[in-house]
Write a protein that binds this ligand. Structure first.
Ligand code: ATP
Ligand code: PAU
Ligand code: MN
Length: 904
């Protein structure tokens, strides 16, 4: 049985440690925030392998009294290189691409690492795709002027030049040369108006072509795009690229187009129906006097269609007509009850009318789609178009019809970017932007701060700056805008005989159109991301170890909420504790809490969401309010404190024999992993002792066997089986700053170097909690090298000492004989790692690696505990969360995990 040392850790510190000041705190007391700032400003330029946070979050405009205030999109300083439109009978859809401001990130360390990894000269792939962001916006066709204003106020035409395929979009374009791609009937109808008002020509693209290429792009490039929706339950479907075609695409716009898709560019419009979204909205408006589509949809949620529709039971005296499979509650005739002679329109409730109408039209579309699927032997039907509106009841009705008539043979699926197929397709039709080459791993979807909030329409002039964004957040708070209930999950009961009851809606307010558009997120295109080449099977790889279901989410909601006050204190202090920082801190808390609340209501609101995504969302949210590195001063003082005792530790290790030393090293990694500011239990410990005291105590308490203890197997591999065949290259995924990396991972790296193994330290590109970043490592290593020849030689050989240590030249020819120690960034800014999207630098480093060491809870437990690799893997972590320990290992907090997975 593995030892449980949790109580004794608390005890020991409770006695010996109380009242003892944090060692480094004392040192830092003199000038706490200025030290932090000094580092912040001398930091190397930020990595661009994950984009900077999108600053295009929405902002509120108008008076506080408005129920649906207008939402403004803040300024976009980036270049706009492409813009495409789909102008339909009801709505205008606009997709535009903004390029990241290119940061120069090629510091010396990176250049020399890249050279070593063979990333230059042939080894380096050339990226035809630009990094940037795809934005999705829509307007009512009847308010075309708002769309024109939006385009000019956001300067979307700036940089778009004549000859749209020219890559030189920055050079000054003459307005009268500008050509943009457009599809939908309005591309013809309004061409002159665009020319007149904006001076642009619309290059027309075929509407069906665009729908198909938009759908194909989404199904290929977006991981969680398609989902089923049955009985109120939403489930994302994994699309197999090799088994995608043929399928039926049903676009439900004003009218409905039904297209059989056989491949890229291979399709046929096989049918359509004039009973579509325009019919629902138009008839609904006439009959209910609703002022907006959403109002009409919202009404339906409180409706009872049995007052309008003639049911089988109405005809059969309350009985089922079971012989032909019809239950009493099945609609026999939509609107059939309104034949009653003594009733006028005003005698019916608008709610009931809206529901009957919605049901009639959705059901009809489902049925016609099924018939066409049957006609061509297709099993999969994808539904798009804005009629769907992410509305649970609409989707359930369509799914019900497809499922009922096909007897479960055919499946209805919906697309998250439902209404943007045509606009995306028009966008794709630009040549040479390289987007056809985009793969799933190049795209990161982000949900800017506006996403959880509810507002009116998205349009209007741009908002200036961060300050304006914060005011927006403050306005929301003042106004007390609560997070409004999600699209209700209809839980229609069926009798199993075709009956389909009315929706039992959860909330009574429809999530507004604006926020629904925001829920689509902003797609960040990051061409430098790659799939980690050592994943055994990228197709079946799932980073998250535990499914974030409602129950699990509730738990993490509390953990993250409880942690917020402390986090924001640190964040504000890291920015000097100024009034401005305080304001940003408040805004951050509101924004992140809003995201949490939104996800609590609907865990699938932003696509399939795991714990890794949730933890990353918090970091992104900090970055959105320009908190560059909340833990910077903690990281610094812990690094210093640990570096001070490193020489003694190394000396002690060197007195041991090889076997004892290897054990001491692994023990050291596990013990030092206790320094984790993301774990509440550990943060409490930190008040009870100095870093070194805690580290020593943590080591002393180590008792084998650990909860998972493959150490002997690892030792055998290292010291017996293949002693003369050491690992060629080890990738060490490091976790926290301070003792964790300095006293844990660095000594282990040193031992591997000693065995002749090249070591690549893999660290975060962007800060997350107190994790060490790739930018910070060279300085730490340089400091450690002062006391250790092995590290120094290896670091020199790895080109690490160029910037950090004066007097040492980066001259490869004169480099001393040693295997190199290198540092690469992982492409993430999160405490977890998703191996489907890592930096190209890491992917290159992985090519020759035969050992992976994943360290820490985020990378080895929350994610990747069950991941299988093409080479040996060692997963090391201390479990610093009681629930996780119980769930994963039937264990206890502070249990240790040493999981070795050799490939043979
Ligand atoms: N805010 C909204 N205003 C108007 N209609 C909306 C709104 N939101 C959703 N809809 C629904 O979406 C439909 C329009 O969908 P979509 O934008 O896909 O079609 P369209 O391109 O305008 O039409 P078509 O392709 O037939 O020309 C409307 O008819 C209505 O049913
Ligand atoms: C006319 C279009 C293609 C315009 O988008 C669309 O509204 C539609 O497919 N209407 C249905 C027409 C029909 O096939 O009966
Ligand atoms: Mn359309």
């Amino acid at each position: 049985m593995a030892a449980n040392n949790s109580d004794s850790i608390q005890e020991e510190l409770g006695e010996g440690g109380v009242g003892v000041k944090h060692e480094a705190e004392e040192e830092a007391e003199g000038a706490p925030s200025s030290a932090a700032q000094a580092t912040a400003t001398t930091m190397l330029p930020r990595s661009s392998s994950r984009p900077q946070l999108d600053l295009s979050g929405a902002a509120i405009h108008g008076t506080l009294e408005d129920r649906n205030p207008t939402i403004l999109l803040p300024n976009q300083s980036d270049d706009i290189s492409h813009l495409a439109l789909d102008i339909g009978g009801s709505l205008i859809k606009l997709v535009y691409f903004s390029r990241h401001a290119e940061l120069s990130t090629e510091d010396k360390r990176k250049i020399s690492t890249k050279r070593r990894l063979g990333m230059f000269n042939g080894g380096r792939r050339s990226y035809p795709i630009l990094g940037g962001r795809l934005h999705f916006v829509k307007f009512e066709t009847g308010k075309l002027n708002e769309c024109l204003d939006f385009i000019s106020s956001k300067q979307l035409l700036r940089g778009v030049v004549s000859g749209v395929d020219s890559p030189s979009w920055r050079s000054g374009a003459q307005p009268d040369n500008i050509v943009i791609k457009a599809t939908g009937g309005g591309a013809y109808k309004y061409a002159d108006l665009f020319k007149e008002r904006l001076g642009v020509s619309l290059e027309k693209e075929d509407e069906m072509d665009c729908l198909v290429s938009g759908a194909n792009f989404l199904l290929k490039a977006i991981r969680h795009e398609a989902f089923t929706h049955m009985d109120g339950h939403k489930e994302y479907v994994q699309i197999d690229q090799n088994d995608l075609f043929p399928f039926l695409l049903v676009n439900v716009g004003s009218g409905v187009s039904i297209i059989k898709v056989d491949g890229h560019g291979k399709f046929q419009r096989v049918s359509g129906t004039n009973v579509g979204g325009g019919t629902y909205w138009g008839l609904g408006r006439l009959m209910t006097k609703c002022k907006s589509f959403d109002e009409l949809l919202e009404l339906s949620q409180r409706g009872d269609n049995s007052t309008i529709d003639m049911l089988v039971g109405d005809i059969y005296g309350g009985l089922d007509y079971s012989k032909i499979g019809l239950s009493a509650s099945t609609i026999a005739s939509s609107f059939g009850k309104t034949i009653s002679e003594n009733k006028e329109l005003s005698d019916y409730r608008p709610e009931d009318i809206s529901l009957s109408l919605l049901r009639m039209i959705s059901y009809n579309i489902g049925q016609i789609s099924y018939l066409n699927a049957l006609r061509y032997g297709l099993k999969r039907i994808f539904f798009g178009g804005f009629f769907i509106r992410g509305h649970a009841y609409t989707m359930d009705t369509i799914s019900f019809a497809v499922n009922f008539w096909s007897k479960g043979e055919a499946q209805a699926m919906f697309l998250r970017h439902e209404g943007f197929l045509g606009a995306l397709g028009a966008f794709m039709s630009y040549e040479k932007h390289g987007l056809d080459d985009l793969r799933v791993h190049h795209l990161v979807e982000r949900f800017p701060m506006g996403a959880p909030y509810v507002g009116g329409k998205i349009h209007g002039p741009p908002l200036g700056d961060l300050n304006a964004k914060i005011s927006w957040m403050e306005k929301f708070v003042q106004k007390g805008t609560q997070i409004i209930a999600p699209v209700p999950m209809g839980v229609p009961a069926t009798t199993g005989m075709g009956g389909f009851e009315r929706p039992t809606s959860k909330g009574d307010i429809l999530r507004s159109d604006a926020s629904a558009a925001l829920n689509v997120g902003v797609l960040h295109l990051v061409p430098t991301l790659d799939v980690f080449p050592l994943l055994e099977d990228p197709k079946t790889y799932e980073p998250n170890t535990i499914d974030l279901d409602q129950d699990e989410f509730k738990y993490w909601f509390k953990v993250l909420s409880d942690h917020l006050p402390d986090l924001v204190d640190k964040a504000v202090a890291s920015e000097g504790g100024t009034d401005d920082a305080e304001r940003r801190g408040d805004a951050f808390v509101h924004a992140f809490s809003a995201h949490l609340a939104r996800l609590m209501e609907e865990p699938a609101a932003y696509g399939k969401f795991g714990l890794a995504n949730l933890l990353e969302l918090r970091e992104e949210c900090l970055r959105e309010f320009q908190f560059v590195d909340a833990y910077i001063s903690i990281k610094q003082r812990e690094n210093e404190a640990s570096l001070a005792v490193l020489p003694d530790l190394l000396m002690e290790l060197d007195t041991m024999n090889e076997e004892a030393r290897l054990l001491a090293l692994i023990e050291g990694v596990l013990a030092a992993n206790i320094f984790d500011w993301g774990s509440r239990a550990c943060v409490e410990l930190y008040h009870k002792g100095t870093i070194i005291e805690i580290y020593r105590m943590s080591r002393k308490k180590m008792q084998r066997p650990w909860r998972i203890d493959d150490f002997d197997m690892f030792k055998k591999r290292m010291l017996t089986d293949r002693k003369d065949q050491p690992y060629k290259r080890a990738l060490l995924f490091v976790d926290n700053s301070g003792a964790d990396v300095v006293l844990g991972m660095l000594p282990l790296a040193r031992e591997l170097l000693r065995h002749g193994t090249e070591v690549v330290l893999v660290a975060n590109s962007l800060p997350a909690l107190n994790d060490v970043t790739a930018n910070e490592l060279p300085e730490i290593i340089a400091e450690a090298s002062k006391h250790c020849g092995i590290l120094r030689k290896a670091a020199e050989a790895g080109g690490l000492l160029v910037d950090a240590m004066a007097g040492i030249q980066d001259d490869l020819k004169d480099a001393p004989e040693s295997v190199p120690l290198m540092v690469v960034e992982n492409g993430c800014g999160s405490p977890c790692i998703d191996f489907r999207q890592v930096s190209s630098e890491l992917a290159a480093a992985a090519k020759d690696a035969d050992l992976l060491i994943l360290e820490g809870m985020g990378r080895a437990l929350h994610t990747n505990l069950n991941a299988r690799f093409k080479c040996d893997a060692l997963k090391l972590a201390m479990v610093k969360n009681q629930r996780l320990a119980e769930k994963l290992f039937n264990g206890n907090i502070y249990d240790c995990i040493c999981k070795f997975e050799p490939i043979s």
